[in-house]
Design a protein. Structure first.
Length: 182
């Protein structure tokens, strides 16, 4: 009983530390709320794996995937905890696998996998990427989105290949006049 309480406390500390510096939402200081069908923590590696309908929410932004892996930075061991190894600190990176969706109020992006790097505040969507904003659709092989600014860059596979960036853009209806001629 005492061992399971310590393991649960260690797992809770790892999970709490994981969201401390995460920013998947543009310019948000809101906490990151993560849920899934299953959670596995590896405290010695400062890693948590969320499986099955995994979802990370921050403010109005959602990152959804079959599997979310959270890697925390390793810190010095806490005093008075012999044999516990290094303490886990702030979020280092988050990896998403399988049916990945990154959804903000302005856009929806789908890919096969994604990597969020906390230090660079970028999320890289990889494999059969489809980005939708309003009616506009952009496709490519890889898209890098800055979570601070919301700006992104779409890249293709090989030059001249089938996976080069392609977009369909609709003109804004606000700039047209109905039936009036100058």
């Amino acid at each position: 009983m005492k061992l399971s309480i310590r393991l649960a406390a260690a797992a809770a500390a790892l999970i709490a530390a994981g969201s401390a510096q995460a920013q998947i939402a543009t310019n948000s200081k809101a906490p990151v709320d993560i849920t899934a069908d299953e959670l596995e923590t590896q405290n010695a590696q400062c890693q948590a794996t969320w499986r099955g309908n995994a979802e990370a929410l921050q403010d109005t932004t959602r990152l959804r995937a079959d599997v979310l892996r959270i890697f925390n930075k390793r810190g010095a061991p806490k005093p008075g905890t012999p044999g516990q190894g290094a303490a886990c600190g702030d979020l280092d990176r988050l990896e998403a696998e399988g049916s990945v969706y990154y959804v903000t109020p302005q856009q929806k992006i789908r890919a096969n996998s994604a990597v969020y790097e906390a230090g660079s505040t970028t999320i890289t969507m990889i494999g059969d990427v489809v980005a939708v904003q309003g009616q506009n659709v952009l496709r490519g092989d890889r898209m890098v989105v800055n979570t601070l600014t919301g700006q992104g860059q779409m890249q293709g596979g090989e030059k001249g290949g089938k996976n080069r960036p392609r977009g369909v853009f609709y003109p804004s209806q606000a700039n047209t006049t109905s039936g009036a001629r100058p």
